[in-house]
Design a protein. Structure first.
Length: 614
């Protein structure tokens, strides 16, 4: 029996080896293909460009199949791209034949359901970009538009899909470049950081956060003249294109060019910690900008003193203040990446996990959900410390709420609050409770939202004035739903007064929105619209701080569409279309669903229905 078993095993080994060799030989014989969809589209086989197809629809078909999963019925593809043709299915057949010829794959793209099933040796630049690996930074068309120069006016549904996909890939590219810039800055690799930040500015010249990041990179590299030139360039672009001056994020970046002198002795770490303690208390007492300035000076003091632990802690606290106040994305991300790098060098996992949690929040605020999720999971893997876990779980909950993953959002929100309570830190408790209240409010669970919001208000009242306006607005909205309008108005006014002191734009937006909703509930539509349009202006102010904080803007647009639905349907439709435009490319699926439920112009409604079905 033993001999027979050995013979059988030997036979099987030989057969498997033969099959592996056959498969390897087959792969070696396969022709290497590269599909480039970013920039001017092209297909390369064994490094040589293939002859381009006749017409642009082949490229459109290829981009759509490469970007979507599953099989697509022929009728669906025909309607999407060839609905205006005399014979849509015939036009699809002809273009599929062209695509097979372009890819040199005569047996592909056949059957009733069409999908792009490619062998492993085919590289598609958009898919490499989606993966987000270091290889993506070497993609030839990185930063260029999907199917650059092509448009499809006779296929409006596809043209809308292409617009949305272009925006989404541009955001993915910016996220990748931004993260790499910050990583290189934290490692003092300034030349590489400047290169990546320059690409960011070229992608979106109107994003002040990108200009600020490039200015900061030049300043850290010691090239102050280049930093000043970049500032002048930013100022020129903003004046020419939008008629405005650079905002707080760019001004803060310029402070690195001419840093203020530190008047305190820095030879003793307690001087740094004293300054940091004053900064933290000042910030939470409501003097937000003064607290942030003190935090910046604490960082400078720590750097002068060369105490690594002080350098790390000052950056963590400054990053937390910038994140909570929704100030410059670039500065927040830069100091936190420096802190993360320092924590790794010191072997401090709790501090590393904390930095990752705050970074996740910074990403979530910009609707960069992929980066937020990646940072939060990395933070959870670094440490079981309850305070650090609370931050990472909290922002996973926020991402889930924005992207309509409510089961996960609720689970993470509850876990974040439990971890915050375990940490016994009142700031973490208020912040976790506020985020949990938002999750439950968006899910429609008013009792759950009230429980968390009341906890946040109870803990924040007194000494944490900077954190108080947000949970107050959550309670105001709950009370509006319960028709407790006088109570709701008092809450909203208190939130508005506090937010006017803190100068935190999103808090002012949410307070104005609550006032508008209360007026709408009383039947005062005109007054409600006035409050809501003011709320929208506040919500969009964060652009001047380095980025737009997207979900408050979505909340306000949603409210404007709802409030005007009966009195002014045409205006309501325009607000709904603005909401749809705002959230579609961001992946804010909760708000996308809301926008699609609203009445929109018939032409847009048909387009959104087609896009949604794909």
């Amino acid at each position: 029996m033993l001999l027979r078993d050995r013979l059988v095993a030997t036979f099987l080994y030989v057969r498997v080896t033969e099959r592996v060799i056959e498969k390897c030989e087959t792969l070696l014989l396969m022709r290497q293909r590269e599909i480039r969809l970013l920039g001017q589209p092209a297909v390369l086989i064994e490094g040589s460009l293939t002859a381009p197809p006749r017409g642009s629809k082949v490229w459109g078909l290829l981009a759509y199949l490469a970007s979507t999963s599953g099989g697509h019925p022929r009728s669906q593809l025909a309607e999407l791209l060839f609905g205006g043709a005399e014979d849509p299915l015939g036009a699809l057949r002809w273009n599929l034949a062209q695509l097979r010829r372009l890819l040199d794959m005569p047996d592909a793209l056949k059957g009733a359901n069409i999908s792009l099933d490619l062998p492993a040796n085919v590289a598609i630049d958009t898919q490499i970009l989606e993966a987000g690996d270091a290889v993506a930074l070497e993609v030839p068309g990185l930063g260029q538009e999907l199917l650059a120069g092509l448009s499809f006016p006779d296929s409006p549904a596809f043209d809308l899909w292409l617009l949305t996909e272009r925006r989404r890939l541009a955001r993915r590219t910016a996220s990748l470049l931004g993260e790499e810039t910050l990583t290189r800055l934290s490692r003092s690799e300034y030349e590489a950081a400047i290169g990546y930040a320059t690409q960011l500015v070229s992608i979106d010249p109107l994003d002040e956060g990108y200009h600020a990041l490039l200015i900061r990179a030049h300043a850290l590299a010691g090239d102050h003249s280049a930093a000043r030139r970049q500032y002048d360039h930013c100022r020129e672009i903003l004046n020419r294109e939008v008629g405005s001056e650079p905002g707080a994020a760019v001004i803060a970046a310029m402070s690195a060019v001419s840093p203020r002198s530190i008047e305190f002795r820095v030879d003793q770490p307690e001087n740094v910690h004293a300054r940091l303690d004053v900064a933290w208390r000042t910030f939470h007492g409501g003097a937000v900008d003064h607290g942030i300035d003190l935090g910046r000076s604490a960082v400078a003091m720590a750097d002068s003193g060369r105490d690594q632990s002080a350098q790390l802690w000052t950056r963590l606290f400054l990053g937390a203040m910038l994140g909570m106040a929704v100030r410059g994305w670039d500065e927040c991300a830069a100091v936190l990446n420096e802190a993360l790098h320092m924590a790794g060098g010191l072997g401090w996992p709790v501090e590393a996990a904390t930095a990752l949690g705050i970074l996740a929040g910074n990403d979530m605020m910009r609707a960069d959900y992929e980066s937020a999720t990646r940072h939060a999971h990395a933070g959870l893997a670094r440490s079981d410390d309850p305070g650090a876990r609370s931050a990472n779980l909290m922002f996973l909950a926020a991402v889930g709420a924005d992207t309509a993953s409510f089961d996960e959002a609720i689970e993470h929100a509850r876990a974040a609050f439990a971890a915050a309570e375990a940490s016994t830190d009142p700031i973490r408790i208020v912040y976790a409770a506020s985020h949990a209240g938002r999750v439950f409010l968006m899910h429609g669970d008013m009792p759950g939202a009230r429980e968390f919001a009341e906890e946040a208000v109870a803990v924040a009242s007194g000494t944490l004035l900077t954190l108080l306006p947000w949970p107050l607005t959550i309670l105001a909205e709950i009370e509006i739903a319960s028709r407790e309008l006088d109570v709701a108005t008092r809450r909203a006014r208190q939130a508005a007064a506090l937010a006017a002191t803190t100068h935190i734009a999103y808090q002012r937006a949410l307070a104005c929105r609550a006032m508008g909703l209360a007026e709408a509930a009383r039947g005062n539509t005109g007054s409600a619209v006035d409050y809501l349009t003011q709320a929208l202006a506040y919500g969009q102010q964060t652009t001047g701080e380095g980025y737009t904080f997207h979900w408050p803007v979505a909340f306000v647009l949603d409210s404007l569409s709802t409030v005007t639905a009966e009195s002014d349907p045409e205006t309501s439709q325009r607000w709904a279309a603005a909401l749809q435009d705002h959230v579609t490319s961001l992946g804010m699926h909760t708000f996308t669903t809301s926008a699609q439920r609203k009445p929109v112009p018939a032409s847009l409604g048909r387009l959104y229905a087609k896009i949604g079905s794909h």
